[in-house]
Design a protein around this ligand. Sequence first.
Ligand SMILES: *[C@@H]1O[C@H](CO)[C@@H](O)[C@H](O)[C@H]1NC(C)=O
Length: 122
Amino acid sequence: MQSFFFLLAAALGTSASIARYAPLEINTPVPGAAECEPLLITFSGGSPPYFVAYARVVQTNPILPTPLAKFAPVTGTSLTWIVNATLGSSLILDVKDSTGVIATSAPFTVITGAGDGCINGN
Ligand SMILES: *[C@@H]1O[C@H](CO)[C@@H](O)[C@H](O)[C@H]1NC(C)=O
């Protein structure tokens, strides 16, 4: 009887850990991020809570070391960002989950949106 319960517990534990979470993924904005408009950033899988560590500008020469935006931890699977990046910038979104796994989007571009009024200095 004791071993039956042990096996039952082991089986439940195993299936729970297998079914637990899909791989962490973050969606790439298509066709791009509209300048000064709200962008819904969505991700899936991984272990909540999620920490959107950085949305950063990628330049080839040089790559900017400082993230363009850093968001507070979220427990859901989406957040909204007002795209305060200049037209034509190439960006990548990263999300980090509670276990430290990081998922990265494909590069995307800042496209024409509501103008540049949301960017400092404009
Ligand atoms: C752009 O938006 C992010 C997120 O709201 C903010 O952290 C960042 O400081 C903003 N950058 C500028 C230059 O306003």
